[in-house]
Design a protein around this ligand. Structure first.
Ligand SMILES: NC(=O)c1ccc[n+]([C@@H]2O[C@H](COP(=O)([O-])OP(=O)(O)OC[C@H]3O[C@@H](n4cnc5c(N)ncnc54)[C@H](O)[C@@H]3O)[C@@H](O)[C@H]2O)c1
Length: 262
């Protein structure tokens, strides 16, 4: 499949995990790529892992820095002459599991500035170009944590719920310009963000428990999220906008009561 031939795709958080898998998938399908991250080493590695022959540019950007985001989008357009797909994927867990009574505003500000403001800022600047082109697709990486509680601290969960709602409001803002906006909501996936959880489970002989309460009885792989992102970004999803697609092994489909599974 060459669904992204002659398309320019900008991916944030491309230096690791789901973003890296998405970059590799898009490259295989013909995309010309602008890969963005604040981690230079990670970006380098992603670029190296991408299939030979793909056109790849990388930029070190903090997605919460408006001036840097605006410049990155300008450079993308200056280099490629177009911008067709934006994957707002950068995100941090970085929070704690404090109850609201113990929670600090600082924790919320740190997480929201990356997970929410970063999505808003790239959408703001990228969609101006998409409007000019009369077409575009934006895919935001939210989380099951934005649908239910229990998959992250309160700051992380609220930031991801906000991304889901922002997906809807920006789909309404941009639909008249033929720009589609959708979100994926991954369940547990082994990436840089979740590595401590996986390391702990393996060190304590608890790996079988990871993802065991999902209906598919396992955790996910970055490539499985990347294929859903690629679907939403492609013309295969041409009549979808404003949707949040859970890619979570059935986790959010279930009440997930302890003791109800074998
Ligand atoms: N791994 C999971 O289980 C899981 C589940 C649900 C949602 N997600 C979401 O998936 C997305 C990708 O995360 P991942 O799991 O691949 O984790 P990851 O840590 O492997 O990748 C995240 C990338 O984002 C980059 N990043 C973080 N803050 C940034 C900033 N301010 N500016 C630019 N880049 C920044 C990091 O450097 C990193 O390369 C995130 O939005 C995350 O919340 C992950």
């Amino acid at each position: 499949m060459q669904r992204f031939e002659n398309r320019v795709v900008l991916i944030t958080g491309a230096g690791s995990g789901i973003g890296r898998a998405t970059a590799k998938r898009m490259a295989v399908e013909g995309a010309r790529l602008m890969l963005v991250d604040r981690n230079e080493e990670g970006l380098k590695q992603t670029a190296e892992e991408i299939a030979a022959g793909a056109e790849v540019l990388t930029r070190i950007v903090d997605v919460s820095d408006e001036a840097a985001v605006e410049q990155c989008v300008s450079e993308t357009i200056a280099h490629f002459g177009q911008l067709d797909v934006l994957c707002n994927n950068a995100g941090i867990a970085g929070g704690d599991y404090n109850t609201v009574q113990e929670q600090s505003l600082e924790t919320w500000q740190k997480i929201v500035s990356v997970n929410l403001y970063g999505v808003m800022l790239f959408t703001k600047y990228a969609s101006r170009q998409m409007e000019k082109q009369g077409k575009g697709a934006i895919v935001n990486t939210a989380s099951v944590a934005g649908i239910r509680s229990g998959a992250g601290g309160n700051a992380y969960s609220a930031s991801k719920a906000a991304v889901i709602n922002f997906t809807m409001t920006s789909a309404c803002d941009l639909g008249g310009h033929n720009v589609r906006v959708n979100a994926v909501c991954p369940g547990l996936v082994e990436t840089g963000m979740t590595q401590p959880v996986f390391d702990y489970a393996r060190a304590n002989n608890k790996e079988a428990k990871l993802g065991a309460r999902c209906e598919l009885r396992r955790y996910g792989r970055p490539e499985e999220i990347a294929s859903a992102i690629a679907f939403l970004a492609s013309d295969d999803a041409s009549y979808m906008t404003g949707q949040a697609l859970a890619v979570d092994g059935g986790n959010t489909a279930s009440l997930n009561l302890p003791g109800m599974k074998v």
